[in-house]
Design a protein around this ligand. Structure first.
Ligand SMILES: C[S@@+](CC[C@H](N)C(=O)[O-])C[C@H]1O[C@@H](n2cnc3c(N)ncnc32)[C@H](O)[C@@H]1O
Length: 448
């Protein structure tokens, strides 16, 4: 019989020079939070071996240039941790009960596509202590970069989390969700659901298919980036369906302002900082041979894509701002009793798709919010889909932008049997309230 010596099997490397068992031991000793986070079954050596081999085979785009990736250039761009400050702050606020403040350190969030910890560093730079962020990423380069900054980070795929069930207060899948392919998207959302505690929240962020940011990716980033960018963005209805199919409640989809903001000592320096940021973030090697030529070409392309760069004096000297609108879905994992959840669905017209005016002020929902609840809804991209709280008062009505202002209704939720279904006040939509929620069949009929 052949003797087989297990010790000669080469372990796939989890970090630069460590196989997974040793790396996780190191992580536990450096960051005690991992003692309560890591799932014993998924971090058993045999399970890890397969998971790491799969990650090593899949990860290249955000590794270094030796492997054809753009990770090194990307991280150079992320030295300015506030380069997306308004959007990051808006995303963090969505984890607070009223969607209106950045939670404190008692809240533990997993940043699923965490890169080199830009969000964690942004939070560490806030005036008041923010949530505890654990970064995760597929890329060895990214996780090593977090660890080099003493930020807790885990190498894992969004579709296979090493975190035990129910351990997290919040899960953020943002700034790169389009890198998840069609099969990965439901799996990543399911992993978020599994790892959230009851009452915990998922925030999924990307850009809308056909929108100006998606155009920028398709027409500029894809042809000029070192890696190309052949990734599909998200539709509103896709986001909504992903979250509801995974079991999330109180799901809503909305736009947030998510501009780039870069600073400089004067107007020209701020503008150049922004153009250099785009160049590095997407590693736009195809735009020119020198930084100056790339800057010129990127600047010439912007007006047709994302619009003009606006530069103004600020507390940082001068700040250059490039507008972007991001698409965000929020969902809550039900509590065992369903308290705090509800099944209301609201449809709002989406101005970018349907040409309807965007509501002017927070606290008002879209003009199309009146056209919902049991009626045939307009199809496809004309819908902004939200599941909202039944008990939302006018003061807590869903605004068009971040901050839906609704902490849950405290009654039974879900597709209740008809006898148990009660109409509840809708978040104020131009004065209308009291519409009944859709029942299960009505809801199914409206799925894309
Ligand atoms: C555009 S970067 C964003 C990084 C960071 N969130 C930021 O804003 O700077 C996207 C990140 O997602 C990671 N990523 C892509 N696919 C992934 C997957 N399936 N699982 C985990 N991470 C993934 C990449 O390695 C990359 O670091």
């Amino acid at each position: 019989m052949l003797a087989f010596d297990q010790s000669v099997i080469t372990e796939p490397l989890y970090l630069e020079d460590l196989p997974a068992p040793a790396a996780l031991q190191m992580l536990r000793s450096r960051f005690p939070v991992f003692d309560r986070l890591l799932d014993p079954g998924r971090t058993a050596p045999a399970a890890l071996r397969d998971a790491v081999a799969a990650m090593n085979a899949a990860s290249w785009e955000f590794e270094d240039a030796d492997t054809g990736g753009r990770g090194t250039a990307y991280n150079l761009a992320q030295r300015a941790t506030d380069n997306r400050a308004p959007g990051m702050a808006a995303l963090l606020r969505l984890f607070s009960p009223g969607f209106d403040r950045i939670p404190g350190p008692e809240t533990l969030l997993l940043d699923v596509l965490g890169g080199d910890g830009t969000l964690a560093r942004f939070v560490n730079g806030l005036d008041t202590p923010g949530p505890m962020i654990v970064s995760a990423d597929l890329s060895r380069l990214m996780v090593e970069a977090c660890l080099a900054r003493d930020l807790p980070a885990l190498r894992q795929a969004a579709t296979h989390s090493l975190i035990r069930g129910g351990a997290l207060d919040g899960v953020l899948i943002a700034y790169g969700s389009h890198h998840l392919n069609d099969d990965d998207r439901p799996a990543a959302v399911a992993e978020a659901f599994r790892t959230l505690r009851p009452g915990g929240r998922l925030v999924l962020h990307d850009f809308e298919t056909g929108g100006s940011t998606a155009r920028w990716f398709d027409r500029v980033v894809h042809p000029w980036s070192r890696t190309g960018h052949p990734h599909r963005h998200f539709t509103r209805s896709e986001m909504f369906s992903l979250l509801t199919a995974a079991g999330f409640r109180d799901v809503r989809v909305m736009d947030i302002d998510d501009p780039f903001t870069l600073h400089g000592a004067d107007a020209a320096a701020a503008r150049d900082a922004l153009l250099d940021h785009l160049d590095r973030m997407y590693d736009l090697v195809g735009a020119g041979d020198t930084p100056a030529s790339r800057r010129a070409r990127i600047a010439a392309a912007l007006p047709d894509m994302l619009g003009a760069i606006r530069v103004a004096p600020s507390t940082h000297g001068w700040t250059a701002r490039l507008a972007r609108t991001a698409l965000v879905a929020i969902g809550t994992r039900s509590t065992p009793t369903g308290a705090g959840d509800c099944a209301h669905v609201r449809y709002c017209s989406h101005p970018a798709a349907g040409g309807h005016p965007r509501p002017a002020a927070a606290g008002r929902s879209g003009s199309g919010a009146d056209a919902h609840a049991g009626r045939a809804a307009p199809s496809g991209r004309q819908l902004e889909l939200r599941r909202t709280s039944a008990a939302a008062s006018p003061a807590r009505a869903g605004p068009a932008r971040a901050g839906p202002g609704d902490a849950g209704c405290g009654r039974r939720h879900g597709y209740q049997p008809a006898g148990d279904r009660r109409p509840g006040p809708w978040p104020s939509a131009g004065g209308r309230s009291g519409k009944r929620p859709l029942d299960r069949d009505e809801w199914r009929n409206l799925q894309p």
